[in-house]
Write a protein that binds this ligand. Structure first.
Ligand code: NAD
Ligand code: MG
Length: 400
């Protein structure tokens, strides 16, 4: 069987982007696959983007940082500025192409929408797009008849375990595994006062900065619960989380007859990335294999919701519906940035997201403009609160 596909990779300089390029390098050795990389998009790292374009012979690229882009010499088409990933997609995407969406944050929504409108399938890493705009993205994808295949390891696992399941009535619930992050087992006070260095040190996954902080705060699992709600069309009471520190079981699907299917493998994003790219086929992979000889046991624990409250907030966000996901996501994005800039304590991330959710009522979503409005309102509220906290003598929310 021969599989040929044009691929556009957005977020190519990031952790998922670079792993995707590793998968594409590996695919060159598979005679049955002809994946042609035709577009590359990135945020700020212009030199790295040019290097990638040269290696893969890509003629169309985009860079969100217009200033950096203006200093680049590129013998092809370079789209620059905030909307450049969308411009790139609009200019080169054809029906049936595959867009790997690996931009971080709600900045990726526009390009995903453009890809869906162009009739492309999406290998989706950019979970924030679904958290903020799932109510627009999912119906549009269905309308256009395009496939949205999750790259996020847990959702990719569930997607695999759902193969052959043709009705969600067969599913009792899904159980998303969480590694527990660097602060598993620690007490509330220690976690609230953690430094960026401590929070960035993930025990099992090597990832970009934002998702590493999200993993430490358990916001990542919260985003994943909401992502699963949109991807699989399940109500919040059918989505659970369990801590599994080894990150070998990537998630479970429990069926109504009592059968539980799990997908397992060593923690390496190249496996779900490749599956999302070659779906519905499976091809020779390039990740480490399971080492069955050293595997002694699999460990599972309950999540401590007192120390890590975000997962409960995620269920609340699903129940509220409307723009709640956009508010939740945007507030978290701003708070994570402030934490990395040492403007707030680690525990302040949760507090600020809580304030945004309580301060901005969920509105119905009719269009992307409603999402953008909620996103902007949450960013403004959180930025204002951070400003107030920084101008006050030190209290619980800030870093000295
Ligand atoms: P990263 O920070 O390493 O990379 C992000 C990429 O997006 C970079 O190429 C950056 O230049 C680009 N980018 C950032 N802002 C942009 C903008 N405004 N316009 C265009 N491009 C922009 O992040 P990552 O860890 O690769 O994560 C990417 C996405 O995948 C996130 O949504 C994350 O939650 C998800 N994800 C990552 C992993 C992982 O292992 N890293 C696992 C599951 C899901
Ligand atoms: Mg994940």
């Amino acid at each position: 069987m021969q599989v040929s596909r044009r691929v556009i990779l957005l977020g190519s300089t990031g952790s998922i982007g670079q792993s995707t390029l590793d998968v594409l390098r590996h695919m060159r050795d598979l005679p049955e696959l002809e994946f042609e990389l035709v577009g590359l998009g990135a945020g700020t790292r212009g030199d790295e983007l040019l290097k990638q374009a040269k290696e893969f012979g890509v003629r169309d690229i985009s860079l969100a940082d217009a200033e950096v882009a203006s200093g680049l010499q590129f013998d092809g088409t370079l789209h620059a500025g905030a909307g450049s990933a969308r411009d790139l997609v609009e200019s080169i995407a054809r029906p049936g192409d595959l867009v790997v969406a690996a931009i971080v944050g709600s900045a990726g929504i526009d390009a995903v929408m453009a890809a869906i409108d162009a009739g492309c399938d999406i290998a989706l890493a950019n979970k924030e797009t679904l958290v903020a705009a799932g109510s627009i993205v999912m119906p549009r994808a269905a309308e256009r008849g395009v496939h949205l295949i999750p790259v996020d390891s847990e959702h990719n696992a569930i997607y695999q375990c759902l193969r052959g399941c043709d009705s969600d009535k067969e599913i009792r619930r899904i159980v998303i595994t969480a590694s527990g992050g660097p602060f598993r087992g620690m007490d509330q006070e220690t976690v609230r006062n953690a430094t960026p260095e401590e929070a960035l040190a993930h025990p099992t996954w090597d990832m970009g900065q934002k998702i590493s902080i999200d993993s430490a705060s358990m916001m990542n699992k919260a985003l994943e619960v909401i992502e699963a709600h949109w991807l699989f069309g399940l109500s919040s009471d059918r989505i659970e989380v369990i801590v599994h520190p080894q990150s070998i079981v990537h998630s479970f699907v429990e069926y109504v007859d009592g059968s539980v299917l799990a997908q397992m493998g060593p923690p390496d994003m190249k496996t779900p990335i490749q599956y999302a790219m070659t779906w519905p086929h499976r091809m020779e992979g390039c990740s480490d294999r399971m080492d069955w000889e050293s595997l002694q046991s699999l460990v599972f624990e309950q999540l401590d919701h007192d120390v890590f409250p975000p997962v409960k907030m995620a269920h609340e966000v699903i129940e509220r519906g409307g723009t709640a996901g956009a508010v939740f996501n945007a507030a978290n994005e701003v708070a994570v940035e402030a934490f990395l800039n040492r403007q707030i304590l680690f525990g302040g991330i949760h507090d600020l997201v809580r304030e945004a959710l309580d301060g901005i009522p969920a509105q119905e979503v009719h269009s992307l403009a409603d999402i953008e409005g909620a996103d902007a309102a949450a960013r403004a509220l959180v930025r204002e609160r951070i400003g107030e906290l920084m101008n006050r003598p030190a209290t619980m929310g800030e870093n000295k």
